[in-house]
Write a protein of this length. Structure first.
Length: 218
């Protein structure tokens, strides 16, 4: 190849950054051009260094990986974000992919897998660790099931729609009760009904549903 793949490492732990730099130096076609300890630093480094690939952690102080990924994908589309994290549940995989990441690797992956992931996203492809791929497959299956059942939102009452929106916005049961002049038990009853109608199991699924429906902004 004509030049090395320029990589920026973003992680709030210095030992992790140092270890990744040492490992990646073993790959003849990869060059670590910089490091950042949070998302805010990452944006500045991307602006100054214009790396090909950003290895992005998710949970960091100042600015987390989700917001940093969203901004890099929007402002520097030529830079590919490859998430490298210990978290691989649907609460992390789906939001970070929707934010613009083109790869997701867990910290349990091997060095060879990491190198393959860096090369793959740099070449314009996408890379998912098996656990992340399983999460996306399950999400696709769930969405297909939801579509096959039709638009369940139409079956909600006006009160249920109000409680859906307020819950998705992060209000507690007590706050919703005060806003709508209801008792907390009545709020819980309506919430239980709407979640049954929409086939939702928990608050995380409720929030994702509200985002997909455009009820709240992502």
């Amino acid at each position: 190849m004509d030049r090395k793949i320029k990589v920026l490492i973003v992680d709030d732990h210095a030992l992790v950054r140092e270890g990744l730099r040492s490992l990646l130096s073993l790959a003849p076609d990869i060059e670590v051009v910089g490091e950042a300890k949070n998302g805010r630093e990452a944006l500045k480094r991307v602006r100054d260094l214009r790396p090909d690939v950003v290895l992005m952690d998710i949970v960091m102080p100042m600015m987390g990986g989700l917001e940093a990924t969203r901004r890099i994908s929007r402002d520097f589309p030529e830079t590919k974000v490859l998430v490298l994290t210990q978290y691989d549940s649907e609460d992390y995989v789906i939001p970070i992919i929707e934010a613009g990441a083109v790869g997701f690797v867990t910290k349990m992956s091997s060095f060879s897998d990491l190198v393959i992931a860096v090369r793959t996203v740099w070449e314009g492809g996408a890379y998912l660790s098996p656990s992340a791929a399983a999460v996306l497959v399950e999400e696709r299956r769930r969405r297909n099931t939801e579509q096959a059942k039709g638009n369940s939102y139409d079956s909600l009452t006006q009160r249920e729609r109000e409680i859906l929106k307020l819950t998705a916005e992060g209000h507690t049961t007590q706050e919703i009760a005060q806003i709508l002049f209801l008792s907390p038990k009545t709020v819980e009853w309506h919430r239980g009904n709407l979640m049954h109608k929409l086939k939702l199991r928990n608050r995380t699924e409720l929030i994702r549903y509200a985002i997909r429906k455009g009820i709240i902004a992502p």
